[in-house]
Every structure is written in structure tokens, then in C-alpha cells.
Write a protein that binds this ligand. Structure first.
Ligand code: FES
Length: 166
């Protein structure tokens, strides 16, 4: 998966490399306006996200407007217009988890990863999100990493859980 080295602006070299990769990925696709979603899926499937230049490149290849491609990418929740981390950590901030110490668990994750919800670590290994409720309130506080749920979390268990993904 080609990812930029940081979550900030892409360097010229990174932009150039991504442009080359996108061109290679969409080259085999038939130049047809019905292929917008297919092209977006192909690029994201390969790179893990949709770099800014990909919209113009896909539009030019399929002979449609850039706004049509961008509109499709932002309409469907399956598409990411920013780099995705290798592992997404989701901390529950719902009431049931909160009263059982959910905030302390979230703080432990923030301290361990040195990021706040909505951010990725600079190496894109972890991202952190706050979620309203996972629907597993009896297990709270709940922490979810990728698709794996961890119940009865404590700040002390955070290190062990994240270690599984390091
Ligand atoms: S409040 Fe945390 S899972 Fe429902």
C-alpha cells in the first residue's frame, strides 16, 4: 500500500509516485463514464485511499468532469480522501462506557500514541477515533481495534492491546 510518510502535505516525490501509480492502475480501464466507481475502487484497492490528483486523472481517463469523480468519491462512505492508518483504534465515549472509566481509557490511548481523536500517528500505523456507542454497553469500557472489540478496558490494558498490533 502506497502511503505518504506523514499525515501532512505530500512531498513532490510522493505526489509524483502516487500519480504514476494511479496512471498504471486506471490505464487498463475502458474509457467509459460508467467506470467512475470501478476506477475509484481500483485506485483505493491498490493505494488504500484516493490521493488528490487521482480525481483529475480518473476524470481525464474516463472523459468525465473532475467534479463528477469527486462527487462520487465523497458520496459513498467506502471511499477515503485522506490516508488511512494500518490500524484504526476506536474508543467508546458513550454514557455506559464513560461512567465505567471510558475517558481514562481514551486518555491512555492518546498518551500511548501521542495523538488525539481524528488524527493518525506520523507513521500511519495507528489512527484514533471516538465513537458514540458500539452497542456492547454491558462490556464497557469498550475499545475496538480494526474489527476486534476489547471489553472491560482499563488504562493498564491499553499498552498490551496496542502491542498486539505493533
Ligand atoms: S456506551 Fe460504550 S458500547 Fe455502548
Amino acid at each position: 500500500m502506497t502511503q505518504p510518510s506523514t499525515q501532512g502535505a505530500l512531498s513532490d516525490t510522493e505526489q509524483l509516485e502516487l500519480k504514476k501509480r494511479v496512471a498504471e492502475i486506471i490505464a487498463p480501464l475502458k474509457r467509459d463514464s460508467s467506470n467512475v466507481i470501478v476506477a475509484l475502487q481500483a485506485v483505493q484497492g491498490e493505494l488504500g485511499w484516493l490521493p488528490p490528483d487521482a480525481f483529475r486523472q480518473i476524470a481525464s481517463h474516463l472523459r468525465v468532469s473532475t467534479s463528477e469523480v469527486f462527487g462520487a468519491a465523497t458520496f459513498y462512505a467506502q471511499f477515503y480522501t485522506t490516508p488511512r492508518p494500518a490500524h484504526m483504534v476506536k474508543a467508546c465515549s458513550g454514557t455506559a462506557c464513560h461512567v465505567r472509566g471510558g475517558q481514562r481509557v481514551l486518555n491512555a490511548v492518546k498518551n500511548r500514541l501521542n495523538i488525539v481523536p481524528g488524527e493518525n500517528t506520523p507513521d500511519l500505523k495507528f489512527g484514533l477515533e471516538r465513537v458514540a456507542c458500539f452497542g456492547a454497553c454491558a462490556l464497557g469500557p469498550v475499545l475496538v481495534v480494526d474489527e476486534e472489540a476489547y471489553g472491560s478496558m482499563t488504562p493498564g490494558k491499553v499498552e498490551r492491546v496496542l502491542e498486539e498490533y505493533s
